[in-house]
Design a protein around this ligand. Structure first.
Ligand SMILES: [Zn+2]
Length: 359
């Protein structure tokens, strides 16, 4: 996420802190006027404990997601909580359910361990306490609160995801999202109203939910358009490719005859990248294509689903065309414009005819 600082890596998952986190620290210090340095110190330590609990919660989402084959980018800690960056969600309902429930379960587990430890040391665990009393008891209640709060059925919070996954068992994903989003909006508005009366953080979280719900609705709308489509349905099917040793001048002449076209670049018979006119501009005429082509953007497989995998690729890589190959053998090119046309709702389900001309 932009504006966040990597602070470490746990179980292979990068953990970052967003810059706005420093505002939280300032707010904590300012909110305790007249307190001694040690009192402020304890307060900051409490904030740190809260975010350690949040990190454990998010880590368990990420670990389950990684086990289910989803791509985990990392965890960002924000003042309103943690955010796991996981590609490929919502995915199948069972996967979304497992990933969503993992966080609250971890928090409940931590709460039990802390509560039992408090009990074992003779510290009172009842009545509930957050800001005074034994640290073990406070941490137990903190984790329980974290689990309970996240289980509110408000998309994109965990409880909302669980609700959507359960709804999707008996209906399609799009209508499951619609119902879960309606529930989330009602809860978000309630949070904001209650927040106005009692607590600023609730307003922030209510706004976060409203924003998140909007994104989930848009995503469900897009899914409806491209549901079931795979790369093979939307790519320009053309096995033409260019060997990596061909010169920039030679390929440039060829591409000039076919404006807007791109080609997979092969070494031997294996696709290693993709090249379009934009990659040749300003390059030495004698340079081999293999040295100027784009080798960083992914080579897609015709069976890859458009939603969400291809859409994520399109948002992550600023390129207009992607090589498609089957086990390394060139099969065609996927053009961004084709997908965008599709998303506008009126586009053809195959590529424009001028791109299908054989070379
Ligand atoms: Zn969670």
């Amino acid at each position: 996420m932009n504006g966040s600082l990597r602070i470490g890596r746990i179980a292979g998952i990068p953990i970052s802190v967003h810059w706005s986190f420093s505002l939280l620290i300032v707010l904590v210090v300012l909110s305790a006027p007249g307190s001694s340095a040690s009192e402020v110190g304890w307060l900051l330590l409490w904030v740190l404990a809260l975010f350690a609990a949040v990190t454990v919660h998010e880590l368990s989402h990420c670990v389950v997601a990684a086990r289910r084959g989803l791509k985990v980018e990392g965890i960002v800690l924000l003042p309103i909580g943690g955010m796991s960056q996981i590609s490929g969600l919502p995915g199948p309902p069972t996967v979304e359910l497992e990933v969503a429930i993992a966080g609250p379960l971890a928090s409940v587990g931590l709460a039990l361990v802390m509560g039992l430890a408090a009990f074992a040391t003779g510290a009172p665990v009842w009545p509930p306490t957050l800001f005074s009393g034994s640290w073990l008891a406070r941490l137990a209640w903190l984790n329980l609160l974290l689990a309970g709060f996240n289980m509110l059925p408000a998309l994109p919070m965990d409880g909302g995801r669980v609700l959507r996954a359960l709804l999707a068992r008996h209906r399609d994903q799009v209508s499951a999202t619609r119902i879960a989003a309606n529930v989330a909006q009602v809860i978000a508005v309630l949070m904001i109203v209650v927040g106005l009366l009692f607590d600023l953080w609730l307003i922030l979280i209510g706004l976060f939910v409203l924003l998140g719900v909007g994104a989930e609705r848009r995503s469900a709308g897009i899914q409806q358009v491209v549901d079931g489509l795979v790369v093979g349905d939307v790519m320009a099917r053309d096995p033409t490719s260019v060997p990596a040793h061909v010169s920039v001048a030679e390929l440039g002449g060829w591409l000039a005859a076919f404006p807007g076209r791109a080609l997979p670049v092969v070494e031997g018979s294996t696709v290693v990248g993709v090249v379009a006119m934009v990659d040749l501009v300003g390059r030495p005429a004698g340079a081999p294509v293999g040295s100027v082509c784009d080798r960083t953007s992914p080579v897609l497989d015709p069976s890859t689903p458009v939603f969400p995998a291809v859409l994520e690729t399109l948002s992550r890589y600023h390129r207009d065309e992607f090589a498609v190959a089957v086990a390394g053998v060139p099969a065609g090119v996927l053009y961004r414009s084709t997908v965008e046309q599709l998303l506008r709702g009126a586009g053809p389900r195959s590529s424009p005819p001028e791109r299908r001309r054989a070379a």
